[in-house]
Design a protein around this ligand. Structure first.
Ligand code: SGN
Ligand code: CA
Length: 539
C-alpha cells in the first residue's frame, strides 16, 4: 500500500489537534509530495556565485538553479557562524531558544529538528557531509558526516555503521556518497529529503592539487574596501582579528612552507600553536603521491615568497595575501560547482529533477577582502547575507528572483509546507511558499532580527544584536562595550559610516529602537537571556 495518504491524514489530524499548522501543498504533482535536496556549503560568499556577481568566478552549475528557479538577493542568517546557523536551520528557532549560540555550546539533541518531522511524515531522509556537531543526527535514515570541521584531504567520517576514513577529496567524496544514496533510494515508494552538505570552502582552503595549480595562475580584482581603516565604525570593527594583513597566516592560509617563513627571521616565526592544524595538519594527511601533486605549486609559492617578501611594503603584502586567498578559496568553490553539476546531471538523467526541489545555500556569507577582512560573524552585509537559490519545476518560475528579507530561520517551515507536512507552532520562521509561488500579497515581513554571541573567541568579533530593514541596520554591541551603530543601507551600501550620532537620523534611531524592542519580545530574546549567555565565555 502507498503510505502517503495515511500520512497526510495523520498530518491533517495533528493540525486539527491545534498544536501545529499545516499549509496546503502546492506541489507540481499533487499525488506525490516533492523530494527535497538541501545543498549547503560552508562559508560560500554570494560574491563568489556568478548568478549574484560574476567579478570573481563563473559557477555555471549553481547558476542553473537561478536560471531554472528563484534567486533570493536578500537572504540572510540570524547568527553568522557555522554550528549556530545549522542549529537554526534544523530547529526553525533563533539561537537564544535552541541554545546553540556559538560553535562551542553543545546542541540539545532532545529538541525536535525538521528531518525528524520528515521521517515521521513518511519521507526517506539522509544527511551527507558537514554537520559540525554531534555524531548521530536525529531524523535521518542514513548519514555520513565529518567529525567537527572535518578535513579536505582523505577525510574521516562518522556513519551509523562506525567511523571510516576515505581516500580522496572531501567535496568529491561527499558527492559520490550522495549520488550512491540517490541511486539506491531516489526512486522508491516514498519521497526523500536529503541534506548534501559541503565542507568547502571553509578555511584552511585546500583545493585538489590540479585546481590548486590552475587557480595559482589567476589574478582577481580587489574589492574597493580592501584597505578599509574602519573609521566611521565603532570599537568592534577596529578590534576584530580577521584582517588579511594582520591576521591571515602565511603558512596555514597562504601555504608558504613554515620553514621558508622561519628563514625570514623573527618577525615571521610561524605561529603553529595559534591554529591547531597549521600548515602541516592538512598537508600531512595527504599520501606521498598526493603530496607530490601539491608540491610544484607549493614550491612556486615558496619561490615567489622568498624572492619578494623581504622588500614588500604592507600594501603589497596585503595585495599578495588577497591573491593567495582568492586563488585557493575560489578553487575550492570551482570544485563545489563541478560537483553540484554532477548531482544536477544525475537528477536530469534519472528523471528525478521534475519532482525534486533543489535548494542551494551556505551556512552564512563571508568576507572576500571587503573591509580588509576574511571570515564572517558581523551583521555587516557580506556575512549577514547568504546565497539562496531554489529550483522547483512547475511551481517556481524559472529565472525569477525575490528581494524580500528571508532568513535561514525560515527553511524548516518552508520545506514542511512544500511537503504538505504540519509546521510546529513553536518554530519562529515563516514559510517562503508565498514568495516561491509568486503570491507575495501574504508576505508582510519588513525587518529581521540578528544576534551574534561567540566572544571572546577566534577573530574576536564582539557580541551584538540588531534589526535590519530594507533601508536601515541598527546594531547594539554589548558585553565589554555598550555601543550602537546605524547604517543607511541605501545611501551607504558598503556600510562605511555609522550615522547613529547624526542628528538627522535621530527619528530613525528612535523608531528602530522601538521596533527592535518589539522584535526581541516577539522572538522571546531578552536582557535576561543575554546575561545568561554571557556566562559562557572563552574557548
Ligand atoms: C576555525 C577557523 C576560523 C573560523 C572558525 C569557525 N580557523 O577555527 O577561521 O572562524 O573555524 O568557522 S581554521 O583553523 O579552521 O583555519 S565555522 O564555519 O566553523 O563557524
Ligand atoms: Ca561556516
Amino acid at each position: 500500500m502507498h503510505r502517503l495518504p495515511l500520512l497526510l491524514l495523520l498530518a491533517a489530524l495533528l493540525t486539527a489537534c491545534g498544536n501545529t499548522t499545516a499549509t496546503e501543498r502546492p506541489a507540481a504533482d499533487q499525488d506525490r509530495p516533492p523530494n527535497i535536496i538541501f545543498i549547503m556549503s560552508d562559508d560560500h560568499a554570494y560574491q563568489a556565485i556568478s548568478a549574484y556577481d560574476d567579478r570573481l568566478i563563473e559557477t555555471p552549475n549553481i547558476d542553473r538553479l537561478a536560471d531554472e528557479g528563484m534567486l533570493f538577493s536578500n537572504a540572510c542568517v540570524t547568527n553568522s557562524i557555522c554550528a549556530p546557523s545549522r542549529a537554526v536551520i534544523l530547529t526553525g528557532k533563533h539561537s537564544h531558544l535552541n541554545g546553540k549560540i556559538d560553535n562551542r555550546m553543545p546542541f540539545d539533541t532532545t529538541q525536535t529538528t525538521f528531518p525528524q518531522l520528515f521521517q515521521q511524515g513518511g519521507y526517506r531522509t539522509a544527511m551527507f557531509g558537514k554537520l559540525h556537531f554531534g555524531n548521530n543526527p536525529k531524523g535521518v535514515d542514513d548519514f555520513m558526516i565529518l567529525p567537527g570541521q572535518g578535513n579536505y584531504i582523505n577525510p574521516d567520517f562518522i556513519t551509523p555503521r562506525g567511523d571510516t576514513t576515505i581516500e580522496g577529496y572531501a567535496t568529491e567524496i561527499i558527492t559520490d556518497v550522495t549520488l550512491d544514496w540517490l541511486k539506491e533510494n531516489g526512486q522508491g515508494q516514498e519521497p526523500f529529503m536529503m541534506m548534501y552538505l559541503h565542507k568547502a570552502p571553509h578555511r584552511p582552503w585546500w583545493p585538489t592539487p590540479e585546481r590548486f595549480a590552475e587557480y595559482y595562475e589567476k589574478t582577481f580584482p580587489e574589492p574597493p574596501t580592501l584597505f578599509d581603516d574602519y573609521s566611521g565604525r565603532g570599537t568592534a570593527a577596529h578590534t576584530a582579528e580577521m584582517n588579511l594583513l594582520d591576521h591571515m597566516q602565511y603558512g596555514h592560509d597562504s601555504k608558504v612552507y613554515p620553514e621558508v617563513q622561519a628563514a625570514m627571521g623573527d618577525e615571521l616565526k610561524p605561529n603553529m600553536e595559534q591554529y591547531d592544524n597549521g600548515f602541516y595538519g592538512p598537508y600531512n594527511r595527504a599520501t606521498p603521491e598526493q603530496q607530490a601533486a601539491y608540491k610544484p605549486t607549493l614550491d612556486k609559492i615558496a619561490t615567489d615568497f622568498e624572492a619578494n617578501w623581504p622588500t614588500m611594503t604592507d600594501e603589497e603584502k596585503m595585495r599578495w595575501k588577497y591573491q593567495r586567498y582568492m586563488q585557493d578559496y575560489l578553487a575550492c568553490i570551482s570544485l563545489v560547482d563541478d560537483n553540484v553539476g554532477r548531482l544536477l546531471d544525475y537528477l536530469d538523467e534519472s528523471g528525478l529533477a521534475e519532482n525534486t526541489i533543489v535548494v542551494y545555500t551556505s551556512d552564512q556569507g563571508f568576507y572576500l577582502g571587503e573591509h580588509g577582512w576574511f571570515d564572517k560573524r558581523f551583521i555587516y552585509d557580506e556575512s549577514f547575507k547568504t546565497p539562496l537559490l531554489v529550483r522547483w519545476p512547475g511551481v517556481v518560475e524559472p529565472g525569477s528572483s525575490s528581494s524580500e528579507m528571508v532568513q535561514n530561520l525560515d527553511f524548516a517551515q518552508t520545506f514542511l509546507a512544500a511537503a504538505g507536512l504540519p509546521q510546529p507552532d513553536d518554530m519562529q520562521g515563516e514559510s517562503l511558499m508565498p514568495l516561491l509561488t509568486g503570491d507575495t500579497s501574504s508576505w508582510t515581513r519588513n525587518g529581521v532580527y540578528y544576534h551574534y554571541y561567540e566572544y571572546p573567541a577566534v577573530h574576536m568579533v564582539k557580541r551584538h544584536y540588531g534589526i535590519v530593514t530594507e533601508d536601515y541596520k541598527l546594531v547594539h554591541f554589548y558585553d565589554d562595550v555598550d555601543e550602537w551603530e546605524l547604517y543607511d543601507r541605501k545611501a551607504d551600501p558598503r556600510e562605511l559610516q555609522s550615522v547613529y550620532d547624526d542628528p538627522e537620523y535621530a527619528e530613525v534611531v528612535d523608531r528602530l529602537k522601538s521596533e527592535l524592542t518589539d522584535m526581541r519580545a516577539y522572538y522571546k530574546d531578552s536582557e535576561k537571556l543575554d546575561r545568561h549567555y554571557m556566562q559562557f565565555r572563552g574557548e
